[in-house]
Write a protein that binds this ligand. Structure first.
Ligand code: GLS
Length: 835
């Protein structure tokens, strides 16, 4: 069935050494070659960017060598599935260090460059990351690609090659300013464009019925617009394995990039018009996290990458002898939230219209192919598309969606006769207001498996948002708790800690994170604790230097580093953190001699450009810094830093230096969180609510090693149901009142009206229960401070946190997906439950 390829190293493989050798001699020769032949430079005349690009090319050769071998292995296998991870976002982070780690040549490359008088660390610092995601959802996709390759599961990540990723954030006069992100401007060496594999994507137009040769009723789609999708491949190597998978991102191009006729009649701008409008499809990432913007271009983007991906998958399947009816036996496709949900009608369309399958057969293939992961409960995040807009852009898909819906509603009526309310709730079409399509319902009906991303989140999904779907088919639901890759977030970003851990328990832990348990007994060893503290101090000194350079603020590495980095959102409650800081500040003002634990508060994160309150919260943080940092009464005991332009790269410098990790969302709001895992894996202690994955982290590390505070999700609901009155909380709590009044009286930034919308929100509505949790949070922070005064107890707790975080490796999450959703093993071999 498959073309035969020679076993082992293929004869056509390029020569060894410069292209594939792994010792410092080979590597430095390879870098020199690229400098000379690709960059046109000698080492003596090369710039840092020349060295960076040449080093990246040398590394990429070694990735592609393994990629070619992985593809050969795939072509050889008699059966098995490849995982297609469909995601509008992949927040990959910098590639150089992570690839060196996975290849196992970090030290060899450092030596190779050293011979040319170049520091590897400088090249790593120089690298610009592709910010093709907003936050947790996109970074999760990147962690999953790393783990899929590490577990040797064949996989392709499919997404969009945005020309401009998430904006770059500057802080001017304390406010966020957004600048375009030009991640491509110095060249991106990790990808390969494959224009010969381009596919056509159609939009608009109309459909018409016809009768085929067998006399069957068929439909054809006459589009109004055709766009070309050009794949750009980035190799994804697993950790210390040969498997190298692919991230395939699509760029939109005009089919005819230049209209010669228009040009000849002198209309230059019209000559390039098609090109310009087409290329906007992959131009820019929408900068909203967990709340979609219902813009037509966004729907165009979603259909664009989904159509490219499904076409690519189907083409590969057919090319190697597969039949349309067996598509699901070769591909398991995961919908990363609802952004790619239009894949459901798209696969149906191809199977029905292009391959002539009957409806039931096509539906069976489709449902067996897709799994759907929900990533948020926020009501505003449930995507819907106005029917008229959807139909104008995708007329054939709308017909298919209506037919799916007709059958769905019939099915509901059969099981629940007379329950028209239920039919209305589960329908793919929202009839109230402007008729619109509910993408979560579409993703549910089209998938054989539906999951949430942490235990609590899945429970809330099942009991609230998707309860009707659970009632109809409970067997489709499962939970897969998120995870993060320890290769990037410990090994590559915290070398000092990694060395200590490896010396203590051996070097298996990055691939088997449960092995960290071996650290537990060492928590009792004072000498080990001292080394543990030395590592943390070194990391804090490094971060202090970066903070000084980025913000001009001097912070004391001996102070407690209390850090909250994540998107800025009211539900994540950065403002609760600020209320605590101002509480401490007021105490110091009232009693400058107070014996207080010195703390450095670090914040970082972007606010969606249109989210006014989030941007104001950034200003609130920076204004707090202005008030506190240089106040002589404070005497350096409080410092507040807003770290600008938080990114994967910034995170890698920040997580290793944290003493305290702030995970303080309102219970029931954060689906999982993954920053919480990155901090704890690097030895920070968590102060947090019973929300998202915090609950499972606390279970694992032990409640005695976790600073818990605040209302539970049930208590939040109950408080709201019984008429929660934030104003009363304010009136009754003297310290809280003083802090709120300080903000409201112009004590921060001088203008009393500046933070009015934040304060009014808190006092009159407080939907995120900031005031309700204030006292519990402040009290809990007291316990944090008390423990900090006992450095031995703190270090013991920090060690136990790391030792017990094994569950949160993304390898475990991927194993769960393999077992519960995709039913694949290594090489994609079918396992129990495979279709
Ligand atoms: C998110 C959630 O808000 C996070 O809690 C979660 O960790 C992440 C990955 O599952 O997904 N959903 C979303 O839309 N953006 C996120 O970061």
């Amino acid at each position: 069935m498959y073309p035969s390829v020679n076993e082992g190293e293929s004869q056509s493989e390029p020569s060894r050494d410069v292209r594939t050798g792994l010792d410092p001699g080979n590597l430095s020769q390879a870098v020199c070659d690229y400098l000379y032949y690709f960059q046109g430079r000698h080492p003596a005349t090369a710039s840092r960017n020349d060295f960076y690009l040449s080093t990246a090319y040398a590394v990429r050769d070694r990735l592609f060598q393994r990629g070619v071998q992985s593809l050969d292995a795939l072509l050889h296998r008699p059966e098995g599935r490849t995982v297609a991870y469909l995601s509008a976002e992949f927040l990959m982070g910098p590639q150089l260090a992570a690839n060196l780690v996975n290849l196992g040549i970090y030290d060899a490359m450092r030596e190779a460059l050293w011979r040319m008088d170049v520091r590897l660390e400088d090249l790593i610092e120089h690298e610009v990351e592709p910010g093709l995601g907003n936050g947790g959802l996109g970074r999760l996709a990147a962690c999953y690609l790393d783990s899929l390759a590490t577990l040797e599961i064949p996989a392709i990540g499919y997404g969009i090659r945005y020309e401009f990723g998430i904006f770059s954030q500057q802080i001017r006069e304390g406010w966020q300013v957004e600048l375009t992100d030009k991640w491509l401007h110095l060249g991106y060496p990790w990808e390969l464009a494959r224009p010969e594999r381009a596919v056509s994507v159609r939009y608009g137009g109309y459909t018409e019925p016809y009768t085929d040769e067998q006399g069957r009723y068929r439909v054809r789609w006459i589009p109004a617009e055709i766009v070309k999708g050009v794949p750009h491949d980035t190799p994804i190597l697993g950790y210390r394995v040969k498997t190298c998978n692919l991230l395939r991102l699509w760029r939109a191009e005009a089919v005819h990039s230049f209209d010669l006729a228009a040009f000849n009649v002198g209309d230059y701008s019209r000559a390039v018009e098609e090109q310009v409008t087409t290329e906007t499809i992959s131009k820019v990432l929408y900068p909203n996290d967990a709340s979609p913007q219902g813009k037509a271009l966004r729907l165009k983007q979603q259909y664009f990458f989904v159509a490219c991906a499904i076409e690519d998958m189907l083409r590969a399947h057919l090319r190697f002898g597969g039949r349309p009816e067996t598509f699901h036996k070769r591909w398991a496709a995961q919908l990363n939230d609802t952004h790619p949900a239009v894949a459901v009608p798209e696969l149906m369309r191809l199977l029905l219209d292009d391959h002539g399958l009957e409806w039931d057969d096509a539906w069976d293939v489709t449902q067996k192919t897709f799994g759907y992961t929900n990533h948020t409960l926020l009501p505003e995040a449930l995507e819907t598309w106005p029917i008229d807009l959807f139909g104008a852009l995708l007329p054939r898909h709308l017909e298919i969606v209506f037919e799916i819906n007709r059958r769905l509603c019939d099915g509901i009526r059969r099981v629940y006769p007379g329950d028209e309310d239920r039919v209305r709730r589960m329908s793919l079409v929202e009839e109230q207001g402007r008729r619109s399509l509910r993408m979560a319902n579409l993703a549910c009906v089209g998938s054989h498996a539906i999951n949430g991303v942490a235990a609590l989140h899945t429970e809330l999904l099942k009991s609230q948002v998707l309860s009707d779907w659970v009632a109809m088919s409970p067997e489709r639901f499962c939970n897969v708790t998120n995870g993060v890759t320890p290769r990037r977030f410990v090994l590559a970003s915290n070398p000092a800690l990694s060395r200590l851990v490896t010396e203590t328990i051996g070097d298996h832990w990055p691939a088997r994170l449960e092995a960290l348990r071996g650290l537990e007994p060492h928590a009792e060893d004072p000498a080990f604790r001292k080394r543990w503290r030395d590592v943390k101090r070194e990391n804090k000194q490094q971060l202090a230097a970066v903070i000084k350079e980025r913000t001009g603020i001097s912070v004391d590495p001996e102070s407690l580093f209390d850090i909250q980095v994540k998107r800025i959102h009211e539900y994540k409650r950065q403002h609760l953190n600020v209320l605590h800081i101002l509480t401490l500040y007021r105490r110091l003002k009232e009693n400058p001699g107070l014996d207080m634990v010195p703390r450095t508060f670090v914040f970082g994160g972007k606010a969606a450009p249109g989210y006014h309150v989030a941007k104001l919260i950034i200003k609130l943080i920076t204004a707090t810094g202005d008030l506190v940092n240089d106040d002589p009464d404070v005497r350096g005991r409080l410092k507040v830093v807003f770290f600008p332009n938080f990114s994967v790269k910034a995170g890698q410098a920040i997580y290793p230096a944290a003493d305290v990790s702030e995970q303080i969302s309102t219970a029931g709001q954060e689906a999982s969180g993954t920053g919480n895992m990155k901090f704890s894996l690097n030895g920070a202690l968590t102060i947090g609510t019973l929300d998202g994955a915090n609950i499972e982290i606390r279970e694992e590390v032990g409640p005695e090693n976790f600073f818990l505070f605040g209302l539970t999700a049930d208590e939040v609901r109950a408080a709201k149901a019984s008429g929660y009155n934030p104003r009363a909380v304010y009136e009754q709590n003297q310290e809280l009142r003083a802090v709120v009044d300080l903000i409201g009286s112009g004590g921060l930034g001088g203008d009393p009206g500046l933070f009015r919308s934040v304060l009014d929100g808190l006092l009159w509505h407080d939907p995120f229960m900031v005031l309700a949790d204030y006292q519990a949070y402040v009290d809990c922070q007291e316990r944090v401070a008390a423990l900090w005064r006992d450095p031995e107890a703190w270090a013991r707790m920090s060690i136990l946190n790391v030792a017990r975080m094994g569950k949160f490796s993304s390898d475990r999450s991927i194993r769960d997906y393999c077992e519960r959703v995709w039913h694949v093993g290594p090489l994609g071999a079918p396992t129990e439950g495979a279709p």
